[in-house]
Design a protein around this ligand. Structure first.
Ligand SMILES: Cc1cc2nc3c(=O)[nH]c(=O)nc-3n(C[C@H](O)[C@H](O)[C@H](O)COP(=O)(O)O)c2cc1C
Length: 339
């Protein structure tokens, strides 16, 4: 299947380790046909040296879907990108933004903002090795770097190495002294710098990321001249709020579903298949906890799922009982579950 990725990338759900796994992405795809979805970061050493091809597994329904790779060895990244192309992904993204300790010690992620020539070598080899588009997700800088100086240089090198699309998390990462979580909140956001980069590099497709929590905000940023908006935490915690109206707001198309309840119904066959393979209910439903965020019954929905989905043998009856909390038939269904 071919996709117009530059159009799809007008809105994307960010790569998030432990969160945007294949079950999460399946749910997100039910809510929006168009939004570009990213995998969790998969490291090139795990794929190439660890034979962890299973980490690349995804469902055909997920397209358009991009795999995010972590690494800093050009040959290894090229081989990992080839593996991703063989698996049928639509795009390969290189992580130059994630500051976790694990990532730093392996020389992956944000620390690479300090080594732009190496990143350029990496993406050039990834591009040469396989047919998929190679994109980069970066920060505006790290530690005491001056973003106004390093970011244009970094983007120029990416462009010259053949990259056509980047996502910029609009804050620095502090490699020492902040936890990965703090690094997503404490360094201040600088949207103006990202907008200035779009003006300086009109030939690049530039997506902005960081702190965007509504579709209206996303639409405003697109109106300001940016080519794409990537949303992370808000899309995960309130998937229906962000994704259910995305096809209409961002692409002017009729959304695939009208309600989060419909998404729950459509998850059932997927969950049944997962259970049939020996999977656990909670592995899927943990990504559904925020589906009714802000609606009456949302707390009951979360509670019934959190308390019951991890139990051995838990099946679709748990989902029905949780849904009844939202639709008003809560007490009866909870009783049935208890009996
Ligand atoms: C739980 C979690 C895991 C993350 N894992 C990754 C990752 O694997 N790769 C990456 O580039 N960024 C990762 N990020 C950062 C997000 O992609 C995104 O840049 C960040 O959350 C800011 O966007 P937001 O404010 O919309 O959430 C992660 C974020 C969270 C919350």
């Amino acid at each position: 299947m071919s996709h117009d990725l530059h159009t799809a990338a007008r809105l994307s759900v960010a790569p998030m380790m432990d969160w945007t796994d294949r079950h999460c992405r399946y749910l997100h795809r039910l809510l929006s046909r168009r939004t570009l979805l990213y995998t969790e970061m998969v490291t090139a050493p795990a794929l190439v040296r660890g034979d962890a091809r299973h980490l690349l597994r995804f469902d055909a329904a997920e397209h358009p879907v991009a795999v995010q790779l972590g690494g800093s060895d050009p040959a290894e990244l090229a081989q990992a990108a080839r593996m991703a192309a063989d698996e049928g992904y639509d795009e390969v993204n290189l992580n130059v933004g994630c500051p976790s300790d694990r990532v730093q010690s392996g020389c992956f992620g944000a620390v690479l903002m300090e080594r732009p020539a190496l990143v350029a070598d990496c993406v050039a080899e990834m591009i040469a090795a396989q047919p998929l588009e190679v994109t980069v997700k970066c920060r505006i800088g790290v530690d005491d770097q001056v973003p106004e100086d390093v970011l244009p240089d970094f983007l120029e090198r990416m462009r010259d190495a053949g990259v056509r699309r980047v996502t910029i998390h609009a804050r620095k990462a502090w490699l020492q002294g902040l936890s990965p979580k703090e690094n997503r909140d404490i360094p201040p956001l600088d949207y103006d710098l990202v907008k200035a980069m779009k003006r300086a590099f009109p030939e690049l497709h530039v997506s902005i990321n960081g702190g965007i929590a509504t579709l209206d905000h996303a639409a405003d940023l697109l109106n300001d001249g940016l080519d794409g908006v990537m949303i992370g935490r808000a899309a995960y915690h309130q998937p229906a709020d962000i994704l259910l109206d995305a096809d209409r707001v961002i692409w002017g198309e009729t959304p695939p579903l009208e309600t989060a309840e419909q998404a729950v119904e459509l998850m059932k066959p997927y969950i049944e298949a997962h259970l049939g393979e020996g999977g656990k209910l909670a592995q899927v439903t943990r990504h559904m906890l925020g589906l009714f965020a802000g609606r009456p019954g949302a707390r009951g929905w979360r509670r019934v799922l959190s308390e019951n989905a991890h139990r051995s043998g838990a099946g679709l009856e748990v989902l029905d009982a949780a849904l009844a909390q939202v639709t008003g038939a809560g007490a009866d269904a909870a009783e049935r579950l208890a009996s």
